[in-house]
Design a protein. Structure first.
Length: 456
């Protein structure tokens, strides 16, 4: 059941391996909870598979969109009523897609599978563990943390359904639950930034259908994916990643976790920002020469080792893509001017994450090239001109925020692959070749330009 549920095409990060990763060294309740906590991933899986749909019969309104909980009846389905109580949901409500939908349905699968085998107290503890894995929750309007809210709901559930826990046992159940929740996001506190980014990249296909095991997606689709994850990391607060309850784990340990999260988030923000600037350059070139296109049209094909079902070319010849050409012509752009930047971020872009993905290279030659040329301040300026989808006006603004020589160089390389747009790209490259680099201001961007460096 668990293997089938977590082996779908969209499961890159939340796969069976994830169960083993977070259950290593866990206690029995945490281990059982880990096995079931991600068995439902409604939007990623495209709904419920046949087995889980059968197990969850009578839980949600059939064919409801958004997903709606049925009217619950504690007399006819006590187990459902208990799980609903622990999650703090209401009878007949819409289940929030980012606020417990997957965890609630996963907990119900576990509860129904273990009913008759484990005691009710065991099932309540497992349900609490799965509820605790709802990620990134802030303090509520009463200044209560997620662990405090769960503890209070366990108190109510224990009383209403006469489950028989002592106060000490409820405290322990809450602490054990959030220990598992902290395990679930363990990659955020790693001291290996490349591994952290590897896991981040595994999430992209889960939330972007076009990138699942495919290299056939458009520039705009990839830009959209990076825009979303850039926004997510831009606002993520380390204090919502890890939690403790009544000093378990200790406040000192949690503060140390926050520091590691902040370090990884900082690196991720710089890395993703550079990637976003790189793909937006391609999106702008595409928009100004005919509109959105498959990414391979402008970058060339990915190496065979990255493409699913392809055999790597062992001939020793360089693969023919933008990255290879760019690295041969400009192996280290930091030598041109030396802007302020973080060398470890450049190395991540230039040398790559831990591994290739099925839709992307592990290194980012275009992003590394631009980051090496303009540094952090240049990236910050250019990001201010990014919109999605790119329009002609936005594309001109964005390209004008970058060094003219860089735009010309990339346009010429893209012209080698985009045969159908060769003339337009060469013309664009020629215009930038003769232009001095005058970076527009963000204030100018906000007011919109009356004239452009590039004519229509």
């Amino acid at each position: 059941l668990v293997h089938d549920s977590m082996s779908g095409n969209g499961r890159n990060f939340h796969s069976v391996q994830h169960v083993f990763d977070i259950s290593a060294g866990a206690d029995p309740i945490q281990t059982l909870s880990a096995m079931f906590h991600d068995c439902v991933y409604y939007n990623v899986d495209g709904g419920l598979n046949l087995i889980i749909n059968h197990i969850l019969r009578g839980i949600i309104v059939e064919q409801s969109d958004p997903v709606q909980l049925v009217e619950t009846d504690p007399i006819n389905d006590k187990l459902l009523a208990i799980v609903v109580s622990i999650f703090g949901f209401k009878s007949g409500q819409i289940l929030p897609p980012f606020g417990g939908l997957n965890e609630f349905l996963s907990a119900m699968v576990a509860a129904r599978e273990f009913e008759g085998t484990l005691t009710l107290q065991h099932i309540v503890r497992i349900t609490a563990c799965i509820e605790a894995t709802i990620p990134f929750r802030k303090l509520d309007e009463k200044n209560r943390s997620a662990p405090q809210r769960l503890f209070e709901r366990l108190q109510v559930t224990n009383k209403d359904f006469d489950i028989g826990f002592s106060e000490e046992e409820l405290v322990d159940a809450t602490q054990v639950a959030h220990e598992l929740a902290n395990r679930d996001v363990a990659n955020f506190c790693t001291d290996d930034t490349a591994w952290f980014l590897d896991n981040t990249w595994k999430l992209l296909p889960e939330t972007n259908l076009t990138m699942r095991g495919s290299t056939v997606y458009t520039i705009s689709e990839y830009q959209s994916a990076l825009t979303k994850i850039n926004g997510f990391f831009g606002f993520l607060n380390p204090e919502v990643v890890y939690h403790n309850f009544r000093n378990v784990p200790s406040d000192a340990i949690v503060r140390g976790l926050y520091e590691r999260v902040e370090a990884n988030l900082f690196a991720a923000r710089q890395y993703i920002r550079a990637k976003l600037v790189g793909i937006t350059m391609l999106a702008s070139l595409a928009e100004l020469t005919g509109g959105d296109a498959p990414i391979a049209l402008f970058m060339g094909d990915l190496p065979a080792s990255v493409v699913p079902g392809s055999e790597a070319d062992n001939s020793g010849e360089q693969s023919n893509n933008l990255g290879d050409i760019l690295q041969m012509e400009c192996p280290d752009p930091r030598t041109f001017g030396g802007p302020e930047l973080y060398d470890d971020i450049f190395d991540l872009l230039h040398n790559g994450r831990k591994s290739d993905s099925q839709f992307d290279l592990k290194n980012s030659p275009l992003a590394a090239y631009l980051y090496g040329l303009v540094g952090d301040k240049g990236m910050e300026r250019s990001v201010a001109f990014i919109v999605h989808p790119m329009t002609k006006e936005a594309s001109k603004d964005f390209l004008n925020s970058l060094p003219s020589k860089a735009v010309s160089t990339i346009a010429k390389i893209c012209a080698k692959f985009a045969v159908s747009r060769h003339a337009e790209l060469i013309e664009l490259a020629a215009k930038y070749t003769v232009l001095p680099f005058v970076r527009p201001s963000i204030a100018d961007h906000a007011l919109k330009y009356d004239s452009y460096t590039i004519s229509e």
